[in-house]
Design a binder for this molecule. Structure first.
Ligand code: ZN
Length: 358
């Protein structure tokens, strides 16, 4: 039962002694315009995390909502008896509302408006979050070029000149937990680092030779690995069959089975060898083509995608970054390394990697 509501067999659903607190909650939210849940907790004594659920509950306007039903699938317990059917959500047009309390504590019109305010609040929250992402284009995609920690951003509010990226070890909360920072990095002006990275993406990622290097490396790491493993296991299976054949011939010469039996076993083994050899040549062919085709295809795709990167909107740039999840290691002198999700480049500490061509 939600807060302030009780149920008894003889008098059904009814409000209990706590219901006035819920009425206060709606009053503060709607009439006084207090929309902060922690502030509402202070005013009503109701925990801030249950508040949004209470504000959505139709029992306060007297309706019980049946938005779940038993799933039609039958379930059988391990002992063979029928178990309760699982509960599933009803489709919007299947939801049933029944008036269960005649004298509700909340006016229905107020309740509907509260729902609208809450929906706007959610939209606003998401908008603010993405706006922050657009102000700091590369936040979430940077690492400290000195110590390898994450890079945080700090906003100068209205003064964009005071927007900085900085190493996490310099963060006040981080230092309180982990002690003073020993990292040599400095605050990096937002404009400077964003310009460097944007032109890096637009220029370097459109150089075909550079991309070829990245992607060949990625191929050898993922696809090649699988194919090579398959080729190895086929090779081993063939070796085992050869050993088996030798053993059968030994047993025959010891008179352990007849000539017919020997012929049958040898035929079986030869069939198996034939099958494996066909598979082997297939794998070898795809190993060869994985080098050429896939690399060229990927290069064409990336070159055509990022050629106009510099001119994209911040939103589109972030969408591209999220799809590729690169990581740039930076200092206030510029980029020291890059990691792409399809390969590693640059000289990140503690990882085997490549040096960026200057
Ligand atoms: Zn650092």
């Amino acid at each position: 039962m939600p807060y302030g509501v009780a149920y008894k067999k003889d008098n059904g659903f009814h409000y209990n002694d706590h219901a006035y607190k819920v009425a206060n909650l709606f009053h503060s939210f709607y009439n006084q315009g207090v929309h902060n849940y922690r502030e509402l907790e202070r005013l009503t004594g109701i925990h801030h995390r249950t508040i949004p659920n209470l504000l959505k509950n139709e029992l306060y306007i007297g309706y019980r909502k049946y938005d779940q039903k038993r799933s039609p699938e039958k379930r059988i317990k391990p002992d063979g008896r029928q178990a309760d059917k699982r509960k599933v959500k009803r489709e919007p047009d299947e939801i049933i509302r029944i008036k269960v309390i005649d004298d509700p504590i909340i006016d229905e019109r107020v309740f509907r408006e509260v729902q609208e305010i809450m929906a706007n609040k959610r939209r606003d929250f998401h908008r603010k979050r993405s706006a922050k992402g657009e102000r700091f284009l590369y936040s979430g995609f940077l690492r400290c070029g000195y110590c390898g920690e994450k890079i945080y951003s700090t906003s100068g509010r209205r003064n964009h000149k005071k927007d900085y990226y900085y190493c996490r070890t310099k963060n006040y909360t981080f230092q309180k937990k982990n002690g003073p920072s020993s990292c040599a990095s400095k605050y990096i002006p937002k404009k400077m680092i964003e310009h460097t990275i944007t032109s890096f993406i637009a220029k370097t990622l459109t150089k075909k030779d550079y991309l070829r290097k990245i992607i060949e490396c990625a191929c050898s790491k993922s696809k090649h690995k699988d194919l090579k493993a398959e080729a190895r296991s086929i090779g081993n299976a063939l070796k085992n069959l050869k050993k088996k054949k030798a053993k059968i011939l030994d047993l025959y010469s010891d008179d352990l089975f007849t000539r017919e039996e020997l012929g049958k076993k040898v035929d079986e083994l030869n069939d198996e060898v034939e099958r494996l050899k066909v598979q082997q040549s297939k794998v070898q062919r795809s190993l060869q083509s994985a080098d050429g085709d896939a690399v060229e295809k990927n290069i064409r795709l990336i070159v055509s995608t990022v050629a106009e990167f510099e001119h994209w909107t911040p939103k589109r740039k972030r969408a591209f970054l999220r799809s590729q999840m690169p990581e740039f290691s930076v200092t206030n002198k510029g980029i020291t390394g890059v990691t792409f999700n399809f390969c590693k480049l640059g000289n990140r500490k503690g990882k085997d990697s490549w040096h960026l061509p200057a």
